[in-house]
Ligand binder design. Structure first.
Ligand SMILES: Cc1cc2nc3c(=O)[nH]c(=O)nc-3n(C[C@H](O)[C@H](O)[C@H](O)COP(=O)(O)O)c2cc1C
Length: 357
């Protein structure tokens, strides 16, 4: 399965650098792809024009395949009272950051149709998506261009829906994962399922190749995921520690200082559940009114931007997975090589050593 998936993706290593909105500039994507893994451009917050230019920049840096990731739009709209209540809850934080009055969002989130057209126009070889399922018309349009399509599931049911929709592979995202949960089914688990139980369950259920994500930080973790049925693995937090990651100094500091138990799931930044390093904003808004995604994301944007300007990690979304304490500061190319060396040693351990522990 591993070799087949790598062949179909046109990559050497069964390793995907996770798409991470706001953190995966063309330099990171190109460096990972050049190293033989799959670099992924997160395009969820980019305009069509930005996507088109980023693909051009990646292609000018490497001829290797890369993927582009989209957010399937939410059908939920925020009611005016919900927006007003969430805005009221943010005002004391805005005052603290000397951002008074806190502006209301002027522009909606980037239009999905425009993003999708840019992906078709740029002839992207691999497209992944999260937060839902692309429409049949969109899947047909991608297949007509021979694009490899990857969906994201956080439960067995979601994986089955993705398989039925005709995707080519599924990212199985465990509860350990940093960033937003890709969940989209009406039946949301009260507590997210960990990769250790979700992965074998999904692998037994679907016949598509499965890509494991969540808490994997080294080659030993990669080997474990592969032993449980993964054809490849997707690492996000591990790549945030590379100098190529597009994150600010305050975020980088928080990553370096974080311990394994420091991450939490929260809706305060965007309205959607996501895992990040616990900070002041998460604590202060724990009981506050929160608008549905993407409205909460737009409402908190000026706050997060002010915090970034002030080098203040207390009011930033510090997305990170449960493996954050295992991060290693290395250029992306070296990280890919190290992960593959570790994977190789982990899978070639003599059986005796594994049994004798
Ligand atoms: C900073 C950050 C941003 C993320 N943004 C996206 C995104 O735009 N699209 C997506 O499909 N997944 C996104 N994710 C989730 C990753 O694809 C992946 O599931 C996760 O990083 C795996 O867990 P790990 O961080 O423990 O390796 C993001 C994760 C992080 C840490």
């Amino acid at each position: 399965m591993q070799r087949r998936l790598c062949e179909r993706l046109g990559i050497r290593h069964p390793l995907v650098q996770a798409p991470m909105a706001g953190a995966t500039p063309p330099e990171l994507v190109a460096a990972v792809s050049r190293a033989g893994a799959l670099g992924s451009l997160a395009a969820g917050y980019l305009s069509g024009e930005q996507i088109y230019h980023a693909c051009r920049d990646i292609r000018s840096a490497t001829s290797h395949p890369f993927s582009v990731n989209l957010f399937v739009p939410s059908k939920i709209t925020a009611e005016p009272e919900e927006i007003a209540a969430a805005h009221r809850a943010l005002r004391p934080l805005a005052q603290h950051l000397e951002l008074d009055p806190l502006p209301l969002p002027e522009q909606p989130a980037p239009g999905f149709d425009e993003q999708f057209s840019a992906i078709l126009e740029a002839n992207v070889p691999i497209v992944s998506f999260t937060f839902g399922i692309l429409s049949q018309a969109e899947i047909t349009a991608l297949k007509a261009r021979h694009t490899f399509i990857i969906g994201t599931a956080t439960s067995k049911d979601e994986a089955c829906h993705l398989e039925a929709a005709g995707v080519d592979a599924i990212v199985v995202q465990g509860g350990e994962a940093g960033g937003h949960r890709g969940s989209f089914s009406a039946r949301q688990a009260a507590s997210p399922q960990s990769l250790l139980t979700l992965l074998p369950e999904v692998s037994a259920q679907v016949s598509l190749p499965v890509i494991a994500a969540g808490g994997i930080m080294n080659g030993q973790g990669m080997a474990a995921a592969m032993a449980m049925g993964a054809a490849a693995v997707q690492l996000g937090t591990a790549f945030l520690f590379t100098p190529e990651a597009g994150i600010n100094a305050a975020y980088r500091r928080a990553l370096l200082a974080a311990r394994g138990e420091d991450t939490r799931l929260t809706r305060v930044f965007s309205g959607k559940l996501a895992r990040g390093i616990n900070n002041t904003m998460m604590r202060q808004l724990a009981e506050a009114a929160i608008a549905p995604y993407p409205m909460q994301h737009l409402l908190t944007q000026p706050l997060r931007q002010a915090a970034a300007r002030q080098d203040n990690e207390d009011y930033l979304s510090l997305w990170a997975g449960e493996g954050v304490a295992m991060g290693r500061v290395l250029p992306a190319t070296e990280l890919v090589a190290l992960l593959m060396d570790e994977l190789q040693s982990a899978i070639s351990q003599p059986e005796q050593e594994l049994v004798d522990v």
